[in-house]
Design a protein around this ligand. Sequence first.
Ligand code: SAM
Length: 466
Amino acid sequence: MGRSRTRRPAPVPPSGLPEELRTTLQPLLGDAVNDLEAALATPSPTSLRLNPAKPFAPSGTPVPWCSTGLYLDERPAFTFDPLLHAGCYYVQEASSMLLEPALRATGLLGDDIRALDLSAAPGGKSTHLRSLLTPASLLVANEVDRRRAQVLQENLWKWGGPNTVVLNDTPERLAATGISFDLVVLDAPCSGEGMFRKDPFARAQWTPGLVRQCATVQRTILPHAWDLLAPGGFLVYSTCTWEPTENEGQLIPLLEQGAEPVDPHFDATWGVQHTEVEGVIGHRCYPHKVRGEGFFIAVLRKPGERSGHRLRSDGTTALPNGIRADRPQQVVVREDVEHVVDATWAPVVEHLCRSTRVLSPGTPLWQLNGDRKDPHPALALSTLLDRTAFIPVELDEAQAIAYLRGEALPARDVRGTGLVLHRGHALGWVSGAGNRWNNNWPAPWRIRAQHPHAVRVSWSMTPAHR
Ligand code: SAM
C-alpha cells in the first residue's frame, strides 16, 4: 500500500535548506528556521493508520489528532507483512492525518454524503476518508495520472470500503459533468518542501521555478474544485509545502467569491501553527514543532444551504452472490466486471460512467468470463464479502508471504474456490487443482522484493487483542 512503483536511483540531496526557501521561511518562522533545519536532519517518525473495518491492535504511540493513527518505534519492512496487503493499515506520515479533525469541523461526519477526493493517488487521504465517512456515503476518488490511478485503485480495493468509485480524469472534465459534492478534498500537487526529510527526491528537485509552476497548476485546479462543491459544501485544501503562494495565497481568490473560512480549532498541544492571511485561516505543520512532516491544511465552506440525500430503499433486492449488505445495492457492469454500489448512488455513478474515465464504479464482485464468473480480487478484500460462501484457507505468515509472491500452495484433494486468510483477515483467492491450490493473487500486486535481512514486522498487540 502506498508504495511507489518506479525505482529511481537515490540522489544525494544537498544538505540544509535552499537559500531561497530560507528567505521565504524567515518572515514566517524567524530564528526558528534553524530549528526547522535541525529537525530536517533527524530521522522521520514512522507512523501508520489502522483500518477500523479490519481490526487488529498493534502497540504503538497514538497520534494525538487521529483516532486510528499510531507511531511505531522502528520502521520494519512492511512489504513482508501480509496484513498490509490485506488492507489492515496504511503507512502514512502523521501530519496528513489532520484530515480527521479538519473533517470533524465540517459537521459532515455522520451524515450520508457525496465526497470527492480530486487528486487522490496513492490513496492516503482517500483511505482515511473512507474510514471517516459513513459506509453509505459515496466516495469518488480521482487521479489524473493513469499509472498512479492504478495504485490508488489497488489501495482502495485493499482498504475494502463500499461505495467507492475510482476515476482517472482531469478536474476540468469532472467539473463539466455538473455533478456536485458535499465535500471536496484537494490535496494538491505541490513543491513538496514538507517531504524534504522523508524523500531525498523532493529536496533534489526543488527550485523556485518549481514553486511557481506548482502555484500555476493549483490555480488551474482550484476553480474546478470549487465548481464541484454543492451549496453549503466544504472544501478541504492541503499541500505538503510551506510556500505561502501555494497555500494561503491560493485560497484568497475563493474568499473573494464568498467562501467562508472554517477554523477546526486544533488542540494547541499538537504544535500545529495557526495562520490568518487576508481572511484565510490555515494550519501549518513544521517538523520542529509537530511529530510529522511538513503540511498545510485549510477548510472553506461554500455559501448556501446544504440539501441532504435521502437514501433509496428500492434497488436490487436479491443481492449478487458472495456479498452481504444491509442496504439495497445496484449492479453496474463495466468491462466484464460486475460491481455493486448503493442504489442511492447508481444514477450519479452511471452519469460518471457516461462522461468520465471510470476505473471502478463501485465494489468489483465478479469477473465475467464467457459462461463463467470468477470472484474478483477486490471481492476478497471487500467489507461486503460474505465469507460463508467460500472455502476458508487459513495461512501462517510464511505461507501467506509465499501466496503474496504468487506461488501455488501444496494441498490434498482440493477443488473449487478457496478464500485465503491470514490471522483471520481475507487476502485473496485460490483455485483447487487436486494436490495444490492455484494462486489467483493478481500478478501486478505480487511481492517481488528479496530482503532476507529486512526487519520483519513483529506486532506486539495491545492486551485486549493478544
Ligand atoms: N492525496 C494523495 C494521498 O494522500 O495519498 C496525494 C496526492 S499528491 C499530493 C497530488 C496528486 O495530484 C498526484 O497524484 C498528482 O498526480 C496529481 N496531479 C498532478 N497534476 C494534477 C493536475 N493538473 N490536476 C489534478 N491532479 C494533478
